[in-house]
Design a protein around this ligand. Structure first.
Ligand code: ATP
Length: 199
């Protein structure tokens, strides 16, 4: 699995439709200060379902929509499309290529689609969670975040690693199963009491 292309339209400084074609391996984006490098990373997080305006370096969610410049009026919506190569089947969907899209209008929430079919945020999150891209987006490490990770407690650091490795989901399921076992144990004890009363 690798990120194949990213298209931004009306997203932050990318007013016109801009597509970045990516190759397997490492991609570097270079450019002068303020040219939009971090906006590309914000677009990646946003299309994968990021819900926090702060994580996207804005005050409110609509700050992701192109706000206009001296020569160009603001736009009414932001759109990002991310195409993932899934020929190794890492994502639990029967397509060799998966395109996730997110669109947001100034006056409303976001619309999501997977391969052109409208879907919920939850569907996008579930599709990505098996690949280690969790809800918390720990796979995206922003400027300054590295310090946060280096200074995290061992427990928090383990949490980051577990989420990125896709272990967190199984830990949550294990906790749920243990709670069920606990309550079943309680029921069995109660049943044993009742049986001994009857006898
Ligand atoms: P640096 O190297 O300094 O970190 P960068 O290349 O990462 O810079 P970004 O932070 O991605 O740059 O881009 C900042 C630019 O994006 C600023 O010029 C800012 O005005 C512009 N920008 C951010 N949000 C919007 C928006 N909603 N509409 C228009 N322009 C925006």
């Amino acid at each position: 699995m690798y990120l194949k292309s990213l298209t931004l339209k009306g997203f932050k400084s990318f007013a016109s439709s801009t597509t970045l074609q990516l190759e397997p391996g490492i991609t570097c984006i270079v450019g002068p200060n303020g040219s939009g490098k971090s906006n590309v990373v914000d677009a990646l997080a946003w299309v994968m379902g990021e819900q926090g305006a702060k994580s996207l370096r804005g005050g409110k969610m609509e700050d992701v929509i192109f706000a206009g410049t001296s020569g160009r009026p603001p736009l009414g919506r932001a759109e990002v499309q991310l195409t993932i190569d899934n020929s190794d089947g890492a994502l639990p969907i029967d397509y060799a290529e998966v395109t996730i899209s997110r669109t947001m209008f100034r006056n409303g929430g976001s619309d999501y689609a997977i391969n052109g079919n409208n879907c919920r945020l939850l569907d996008v999150q579930e599709l990505l969670s098996d690949s280690g891209i969790g809800r918390e987006m720990h796979v995206i490490v922003g400027q300054g975040q590295l310090d946060q990770i280096l200074h995290a407690t061992p427990e928090d650091r383990r949490g980051f690693i577990e989420e990125a490795a896709g272990v967190l989901k199984h830990r949550k399921r294990k906790e749920k199963a243990l709670r069920k076992l606990d309550s079943t144990d309680g029921n069995l004890n109660r049943l044993a009491d009742l049986l001994s009363e009857i006898r």
